[in-house]
Design a protein around this ligand. Structure first.
Ligand code: AMP
Length: 404
C-alpha cells in the first residue's frame, strides 16, 4: 500500500458529498452547447460483422521487465502475467525514458502501460513526481486505484484532485507533498490558481484520453497546467483517436515521442445496430421497458441527454422494478462511484447515463447500449455503442427515433 498520512493507501474514500466547492466545468448533461448534428436513421442500423481477433504474441512477460521487485510482486498478486499489446510495447520504451504517444482505447490495459514505468522511476528516484490528468472523475479514480495497487507497500504518497470530492482532504494531502498526483483538469487548475499545488518540480506527465479532453473543452486548462510543469520531463499521451488537434497539442508538449498504436479498428463492427420507432412519450417508455426485458439485454447502458432526464429515467426504471442506477454530473462523486461499482459487480444491470458521465468508464461485458436520446454527433454514437462490442463479443445497440 502507498504509505501515507495522505490517505493514498486507504481503501475507502470519503463517502459524503462536498458541495462547498464547484468544479469549473459541469461534468454531466449538455444543456447548452451546439445543436445536435442531424444523423439519418439509416446510420443507426447495421448487422454486426464481427472480425476474428488477430492473436497478439507478447514479446515479454511481466517477470522479464527490469522493474522494482515490489512492482513485480504486486502485478503478480493482481493476476497480471502477460502484458497486453499496449503494455508489451510501451513499458520497455517508458522504462528507457522515452516520451510515448499511445493510441489505444479504454480497456486495452493502457493504465498499467504508463503506471509501471512511472512508478518504477518514482521508486528509484526519490525526487521524481508524476502528474496524471484524465477527462472525468471516474477515470481519474480508476487510474488512482490501479496505481495504488501496483505501488502497494512502496511508501509512495499520492492525492486525487477531482471535483465533487473533499477539498479539505485534497488540501491536507497536498501539504504532505504527494509524489503521485491524479486529477481532472478543472480541479488541478483550481489548486494551481489558489497556490495549493506547485508543478515546477513535477518531471513526469500523463495525459489520458487526450481526444476526449479536447472534445470536452479542456484545452485551455491543459495548456495552463502544462506550462507550469518542469520543462525537463518524460511524458505519456494516450488517445483513442489521433487527429490534427490531438497531434498539435501532443507535439507542443512532447519531446521526440515514440508512437505505439494498438487500435484494432472500429469496435462498432461487432455491434448489431437497430432503431426503435416510437409515437409519443408513453410509447417510448413502453418500448424501452420491452427492450430491457429482451434476452440480449443483460447489462445495459441507457443514454439520455441531460442530468435531469437521466435522473428521472433512472427513477422511473426503478419504479418499474428494474435494477437500475443513474450517473450524471448532478450527483455527488460518492454516489457516482457507488452506482458504477454496483454496475460493475452486477448488483444492478442497467446504468442510465449522460455521455460525459459515462466517458472512459471501464465496465466489461456490456451487452447492449440504448440511445434513449439520439447522440449529439455520429462520433459520439460510435463511442457509445463501442462499449457493447468489446473483446470480440457481439453487442447490441438500439436507437430511439420519433415517428412523424
Ligand atoms: P485499462 O485499459 O487500463 O482501463 O485496463 C482494463 C482492465 O484490464 C482493467 O480492469 C485492468 O485491471 C485489466 N488489466 C490490465 N492489464 C492487464 C494484464 N496484463 N493482465 C490482466 N488484466 C489486465
Amino acid at each position: 500500500m502507498y504509505k501515507s498520512k495522505s490517505n493514498f493507501g486507504r481503501n475507502t474514500r470519503p463517502s459524503r458529498p462536498f458541495n462547498a466547492h464547484r468544479s469549473s466545468r459541469p461534468s454531466g448533461g449538455r444543456r447548452s452547447g451546439p445543436q445536435k448534428q442531424y444523423i439519418h436513421p439509416s446510420k443507426f442500423v447495421s448487422v454486426a460483422t464481427p472480425r476474428e481477433e488477430i492473436q497478439y504474441t507478447a514479446q515479454h512477460q511481466f517477470a522479464d521487465f527490469d522493474v522494482h521487485p515490489l512492482i513485480k510482486k504486486n502485478l503478480s498478486v493482481k493476476g497480471y502475467v502477460t502484458p497486453s499489446p499496449i503494455q508489451d510495447q510501451s513499458i520497455p520504451l517508458g522504462l528507457a525514458g522515452k516520451d510515448i504517444i499511445g493510441i489505444a482505447n479504454t480497456g486495452t490495459g493502457k493504465t498499467a502501460a504508463f503506471a509501471i514505468p512511472v512508478l518504477n522511476k518514482l521508486m528509484s528516484d526519490k525526487v521524481s513526481k508524476v502528474l496524471i490528468i484524465a477527462p472525468t472523475r471516474e477515470l481519474a479514480e480508476q487510474i488512482e486505484d490501479e496505481m495504488r495497487s501496483i505501488a502497494k507497500g512502496s511508501g509512495l504518497t499520492g492525492t486525487l484532485l477531482i471535483g465533487g470530492s473533499s477539498m479539505q482532504r485534497q488540501l491536507r494531502e497536498l501539504k504532505h507533498m504527494p509524489r503521485v498526483i491524479v486529477g481532472t483538469p478543472g480541479r488541478i487548475k483550481d489548486h494551481l490558481m489558489q497556490g495549493t499545488l506547485k508543478l515546477d518540480q513535477v518531471n513526469n506527465l500523463v495525459l489520458d484520453e487526450v481526444d476526449r479532453m479536447l472534445d470536452m473543452g479542456f484545452m485551455p486548462d491543459m495548456q495552463f497546467i502544462l506550462e507550469r510543469m518542469a520543462t525537463e520531463r518524460q511524458s505519456f499521451f494516450f488517445s483513442a483517436t489521433f487527429d490534427a488537434k490531438v497531434r498539435d497539442i501532443i507535439t507542443k508538449f512532447s519531446n521526440d515521442p515514440v508512437t505505439v498504436s494498438v487500435k484494432t479498428g472500429d469496435t462498432s463492427e461487432n455491434v448489431h445496430q437497430n432503431i426503435v420507432e416510437y409515437n409519443g412519450k408513453e410509447d417510448k417508455m413502453t418500448k424501452l421497458h420491452e427492450a430491457l426485458l429482451h434476452e440480449n439485454a443483460n447489462k445495459v447502458i441507457v443514454f439520455e441527454d441531460t442530468k435531469h432526464q437521466v435522473e428521472k429515467l433512472g427513477k422511473e426504471l426503478v419504479e418499474r422494478g428494474f435494477k437500475a442506477e443513474s450517473i450524471h454530473g448532478g450527483k455527488s462523486q460518492s454516489q457516482r462511484t457507488r452506482a458504477l461499482r454496483a454496475f460493475k459487480e452486477n448488483k444492478i444491470n442497467i446504468l442510465v447515463a449522460t455521455d460525459v458521465a459515462a466517458r472512459g468508464i471501464d465496465v466489461p461485458n456490456i451487452t447492449s447500449v440504448i440511445n434513449f436520446s439520439t447522440p449529439q454527433t455520429y462520433d459520439d454514437y460510435t463511442h457509445r455503442i463501442g462499449r457493447a462490442g468489446r473483446a470480440g463479443r457481439v453487442g447490441h445497440a438500439l436507437t430511439f427515433i420519433e415517428k412523424y
